[in-house]
Design a binder for this molecule. Sequence first.
Ligand code: IPE
Ligand code: IPE
Ligand code: MG
Length: 241
Amino acid sequence: MAVPRHVACVMDGNGRWAAQRSLPRTAGHEAAEAAVMDVIEAARSAGVTWLSLYAFSTENWRRPAGEVALLMRLVRRAIRKHAPVLHARGVRCRFLGMTDPRIPAPLVQDITDLMTLTRDNRRMTLTVAFDHGGRRDIVQAARSLIRSATPADQVTEASFAEHLPYPDTPDVDLVIRTSGEQRISNFMLWQVAYAEWVFPQVLWPDFRAAHFSECLDAYLRRQRRFGGLHRPTTMSGDGPR
Ligand code: IPE
Ligand code: IPE
Ligand code: MG
């Protein structure tokens, strides 16, 4: 099997990483940055062309205000620090979600600037799921479809998907969820329909390029069948029959 085109990571375990060191949870979030940068580079050099990272869910607003505020500050700091190198490495950056008015305006501005700076890059597309909820995306797509007045009998999976945010995003091939948790947590629900999943025990702040490679190796050992018998290469089944 070929290198996965689209890898998505649920970056979990920051709080437990900090607790193991008797540090506040926020220290775990701070330590996550090194893992993020390592994985972006590992994915890029492995030839993965789409990488999605789950950074903040619509449910994460339930966390204490101080933790939420720190997460917002850290994302802003990381963007300011790493924008030039991401751009130099040909990474197109996008943010998926981002509808809540509680996101601080200066952060929205920095995110917009990063997306504008990198929009013509093609080596890899990095999608940061931030204030993201898979169900919300599907509901927004339904609203957009209704506004388009498409006749009901013309609604297909393909035409529905055109109304999702970033409709050019290919289906996810591999999801990596760190920390041993085994659940979807409302992540890219439409796009993960036929993804392979791996659940490394390692906590996200400890996750490095070598762990990423192990996940790719596990993926390469899988046999994807998409419901058939003869290994078509995509969910739409355009491989050998
Ligand atoms: C993931 O780590 C980061 C975010 C959800 C923002 P957690 O903060 O969920 O860490 P645990 O699961 O409590 O260890
Ligand atoms: C999912 O992790 C969201 C992110 C990694 C950003 P959580 O830690 O918030 O998920 P649950 O609460 O364990 O499902
Ligand atoms: Mg968690």
